[in-house]
Design a protein around this ligand. Structure first.
Ligand code: 5AD
Ligand code: SF4
Length: 441
């Protein structure tokens, strides 16, 4: 979501006369688009700001902005904690960037007049955003996409009403809002015309997407409609909640060849007691049954998940239930985290699990998940996979693409393959990627 939002900021700034450079030292403005989901992500912002301050000491005209959920959560406070910051704006306010820049320019002019120096100029803060306005201003402006890759993101839904007890998203991103089907389709058409062939639909709760005006159209139907768009060959969506995987969406996996056989379906934990305390509103068995139904619809689907270990109250027995669930489901890949208490969330007020217990459980879980990922990748050796080539690799003469299962695939080829979907015979499987040879061009 932040990658998409950053692209949108780039577009808004492009219209205001800015263009991207490769490194911060060449920039007139640097914006950190931040994440508040775990403490570690939030802390990184301040260490990064420390580095940027050094550049600003050399170029005092440089503008430093902090966007996203840390900005949303800290607001004005950020200006006093890090005086080097000029702009603070929340995740739903990036369209206002040109206007914020004008305000900053005025503040700088005032400071120059009053103190003979722009250093003391007042920063600009935009964090509040009424829900109705979020819907219209966030999405109404037609995009001028700066397409750099044949695979693009499109936000279809924002915010979350689920209130899992560990999570800040409902507070930082606000209430669930869906974008209208016609607008989404228009954006997909415009991306396809610019050469995009793969679209990933985004939302914190993407499968809760609903176009209430179009006969309660859900994500399954939306995917069917987007699969018809000329030039769109691959569709994906992320992130889903198990409770919103309805029959129409599962059927779409059975029927639509464009819908890629990969699904990120976070379960967080395997113990019913922990799931209840997390307010996930489903049991481990519900999740396993759901996975069985999805696999019946699309047998080769690769599954991915998020896990939290060391949630308050998690016993060794509860943790073992997570390991058992992982062994029953088997994942192609996964993300796992130590529980991180977040300000304002219910679970942060509970008695906490010791850090060394969390670390030990995380290591055990990751051993199992990594082994499953290695096995999954190895199962593709000698297979031929359709790969969409996206960009150059790190090595000279190497191109990088994605398999239908979202694996990174490296081949030796020239740039003419970028943007094409080509069959690749997989020769080697690594822990995090595959490599092979293009079978035919
Ligand atoms: N601590 C650890 N992990 C968290 N996540 C969300 N909130 C927390 C937290 N407080 C994880 C969940 C979620 C993913 C995006 O981040 O697993 O699915
Ligand atoms: Fe956070 Fe996802 Fe739960 Fe919403 S559904 S509260 S975004 S973990």
């Amino acid at each position: 979501m932040n990658v998409y939002d950053s692209e949108r900021m780039g577009e808004a700034l492009n219209t205001a006369g800015y263009h991207p450079v490769d490194t911060p030292d060449k920039a007139d403005m640097v914006i950190l688009n931040t994440c508040h989901i775990r403490e570690k992500a939030a802390e990184k912002v301040y260490s990064e700001l420390g580095r940027l301050k050094k550049l600003k000491d050399i170029n005092e005209n440089m503008i430093i902005g902090v966007a996203g959920c840390v900005a949303q959560a800290e607001g004005e406070e950020m200006l006093s904690r890090a005086p080097t910051v000029d702009l603070v704006f929340g995740p739903q306010t990036f369209q206002a960037l040109p206007e914020m820049l004008e305000e900053l320019a005025d503040n700088r002019a005032d400071a120059l007049e009053e103190n003979g120096h722009i250093k003391k100029a007042k920063g600009v803060v935009r964090t509040s955003f009424p829900a109705e306005e979020k819907f219209t201003t966030l999405f109404e402006t037609p995009r001028q996409p700066l397409v750099r890759s044949p695979a693009a993101f499109v936000t279809v839904q924002e915010g979350c009403d689920k209130f899992c007890t560990f999570c800040v998203v409902p507070y930082t991103r606000g209430a669930e809002v869906s974008r209208a089907a016609a607008e989404i389709e228009a954006e997909v058409v415009s991306l396809a015309q610019k050469g995009v062939s793969e679209i990933t639909l985004l939302g914190q709760n993407v499968n809760a997407w609903l176009d209430a005006e179009e006969n309660d159209m859900g994500l399954g139907q939306l995917l069917r409609r987007l699969a018809q768009v000329d030039g769109i060959e691959r569709l994906r969506y992320t992130t889903s909640h198990p409770r919103d995987m309805d029959d129409a969406l599962i059927e779409a996996h059975a029927d639509l060849p464009e819908l890629m056989p990969y699904l990120h379906l976070p379960v967080q934990a395997g113990s019913d007691k922990t799931l209840k305390a997390m307010n996930r509103k489903h049991t481990a068995e519900d999740y396993i049954e759901l996975v069985d139904r999805i696999r019946a619809a699309r047998p080769d689907i690769a599954l991915s998940s998020d896990f939290i270990v060391g949630f308050p109250g998690e016993t060794e027995e509860d943790f073992t239930a997570t390991l058992d669930l992982v062994k029953r489901v088997t994942y192609a890949q996964a993300y796992s985290f130590k529980y991180s208490p977040r300000p304002g969330t219910p679970a942060s007020e509970e008695e906490q699990i010791a850090e060394d217990v969390k670390s030990e459980r995380l290591a055990r879980l990751q051993d199992v998940l990594n082994a499953q990922q290695v096995t999954f990748n190895a199962s593709q050796t000698n297979e031929t996979l359709e790969v969409l080539f996206e960009k150059q690799g790190k090595k000279v003469g190497q191109m990088v693409g994605r398999s239908p299962y979202l694996q990174t695939v490296h081949v030796d080829a020239d740039e003419t393959v970028i943007g094409r979907i080509l069959p690749v015979k997989i020769e080697k499987a690594h822990a995090n990627s595959l490599s092979g040879r293009i079978s035919s061009i």
